[in-house]
Design a protein around this ligand. Sequence first.
Ligand SMILES: Cc1cc2nc3c(=O)[nH]c(=O)nc-3n(C[C@H](O)[C@H](O)[C@H](O)COP(=O)(O)OP(=O)(O)OC[C@H]3O[C@@H](n4cnc5c(N)ncnc54)[C@H](O)[C@@H]3O)c2cc1C
Ligand code: SF4
Length: 461
Amino acid sequence: MTIVAGAGVGGGSLIYASIFREAPASIFTAPWPQEITKAELQPYYNKVADMLELQVLPPGQWNPRVRLIKEGAEKIGAGDRFATVPQAIAFRKDLKLDPANPPTEADSVEHVNKYGARQGTCIHAGICDFGCPVKAKNTLDVNYLFIAQKKGAELRPLHIVNRIESQGAGYRVYFDRLENGRRIGGSEDASRVILAAGSMGSTELLLRCRDQYKTLPNVSRFLGKNWSSNGDLLTTAFYKDRMLYPYVGPNINSAIDFGDRSRDGQAFGIEDGGMPNLLFKHLESAKAVNAPAASHHPFQRLIAWLQKEVQKENPLPHLMPWFANGIDAGNGEYQLKRPWYFFGRKRLHLHWDITKSLPVFEAQIKTHVELSEKTGGRALVFPWWKDTLVSPHSLGGCNMGNNAQTGVVDHRGQVFGYENLYVIDGSTVATPIGLNPVHTIAAMAERAAAIMIAKPPAGSA
Ligand SMILES: Cc1cc2nc3c(=O)[nH]c(=O)nc-3n(C[C@H](O)[C@H](O)[C@H](O)COP(=O)(O)OP(=O)(O)OC[C@H]3O[C@@H](n4cnc5c(N)ncnc54)[C@H](O)[C@@H]3O)c2cc1C
Ligand code: SF4
């Protein structure tokens, strides 16, 4: 399992596809704490939608992938399950998209968003997953973090937190500041600490504090358990006579929803994936500069395989990347471990066994194949897919629960056994969601913030 995550001021938002989807009510049953229900989260889902100015792709800007997935949904009898989905992207309403001649940076309209930050409008550059060239994505640095900074919060980039220590009434946070290739240590004391380092980051930090530094020795034994890949899967299809331009338009725009387990008893959704041509350009230049090294690149291997399958020098415009999310077994576990050949510091290790999750992945692949065939394409399922799964939606590690036996944090994100120490991020998501998770992560953060504001810690301003 490969996990992809954003690292920077803005976290995953810097490279997310900007798709926002509400989890269905059926997700929020045990082991979720009883306080967390869809009805409880709804006002916070709405608040996030307003804060991030969500909108759907304007009809005049549908790209060929959106048309294809809609056609596919209709042809497999799931037309009523298809929809374009909310995106945190600023679109220019008057733009008409011609995918063969996509807009250029000159077509982006510079504007000031409702918080005062400068942004552009979407030019369908198709590299949302690498960062937007015209700042059309509503990344956190132009809304939440921008507002926080205006209200006096200090943002410190290039700081790596490596230890949190309980100090009786509060906490000491130790960090390294990265400067000119050096690490300069420092610390800060606080009456309340909110950890938001994501599924990998928050879990690793708490594992080290509990087991290595023993500065938070009472963190729940549940820490690290029940990790989920959110059932993420990417496959492709080749359309000999159809131009799909997968590198034009936002990386995801629409979905077919099978969350009700109506296909093979599995809960999942299918989305139109995108394929930034940046990747291909990089590989082409790498090939020109250093052919032997490039041929060992994993993506080069994938492209070589695709070229062999479709017998075309440049198959890219004819490819449809199908993306899927689903409810997997949610049974991964993070541990601190040394590989047998390694004597140094223990590393974060993910124990992941695909066996119990196979049914959902197989149902997704079956649906991808059916969608491809019904729309005149040829499904290309990478033969090594079980060994090359990639999860951009890593969830869990510091899971929410009703108590320290079934979770690491309570419904507010407060760590069991440690008052005023919170984890508020995707590591607290108690089960797979089966669709893009940021809307739920953000709604839970809004709820936790509302509770905290109502009850500040003693002695704080
Ligand atoms: C390519 C890609 C596309 C995606 N597209 C979508 C999408 O369209 N819709 C959707 O719902 N989800 C999407 N996701 C998933 C989404 O981005 C994540 O679920 C979400 O960002 C998780 O939020 P988080 O707050 O848990 O952590 P993150 O956003 O990962 O933030 C964690 C932050 O903590 C920092 N950090 C980590 N460790 C430390 C440390 N020790 N000290 C200091 N800082 C630290 C990191 O640098 C990062 O800034 C995508 C993910 C990827 C990778
Ligand atoms: S499609 Fe291009 S311009 Fe539009 S949001 Fe994504 S990266 Fe930015």
